[in-house]
Design a protein. Structure first.
Length: 169
């Protein structure tokens, strides 16, 4: 996987996480890195960074919660989009953990292994052969999320557009 795709996945992983002081401060410091990205992702990422800078933290948190936590069709747990609460989902989660371990990636935190920011972080550092099954399995679900976010006119649509373009290349 090319270096740019890994960089973009790592950046989007951080930007897609729940907004707190640390992410807002971190985002302010990465503008130069984003300006160095050579393709169309740069403009979308800069637009999202601008949104982060000009929006009060409480409003960022409310938007995030309204968008991802209160809207099942935009849940950031990828397996939910494919299997819902079916027992097949648990097998997919176990398979993701196995994929992470086989690649030497240590899962940390309280989120399930299919939490999109965690998957993106993994993609940014993992071996290429571990990535392609993820693209095949969840790419269509990401495309649907892009459409839903655009309809809502959510600022997060920019991040998902970037992700979708990277995912499909």
């Amino acid at each position: 996987m090319e270096k740019e795709k890994r960089l973009v996945c790592g950046l989007v992983s951080r930007l897609m996480d729940y907004p707190g002081e640390d992410i807002v401060n971190w985002a302010a410091g990465i503008e130069q890195t984003v300006k160095g990205i050579p393709n169309g992702s740069k403009e979308r990422l800069l637009d999202f960074l601008s949104y982060l800078k000009k929006t009060p933290l409480v409003a960022l948190q409310e938007e995030y919660t309204r968008t991802f936590d209160h809207n099942p069709s935009l849940c950031l747990n990828l397996t939910f989009h494919k299997w819902g609460d079916d027992k097949k989902r648990s097998f997919a989660l176990v398979e993701l953990i196995r994929t992470y371990r086989d690649a030497g990636y240590e899962v940390s935190g309280v989120e399930l292994p299919d939490y999109l920011p965690m998957v993106l972080e993994f993609i940014s550092v993992c071996p290429d052969d571990a990535i392609f099954p993820l693209y095949e399995e969840y790419g269509d679900h990401l495309a649907l999320m892009v459409s839903r976010l655009r309809v809502m006119q959510s600022p997060y649509a920019k991040l998902f557009e970037v992700l979708d373009s990277v995912w499909r290349r």
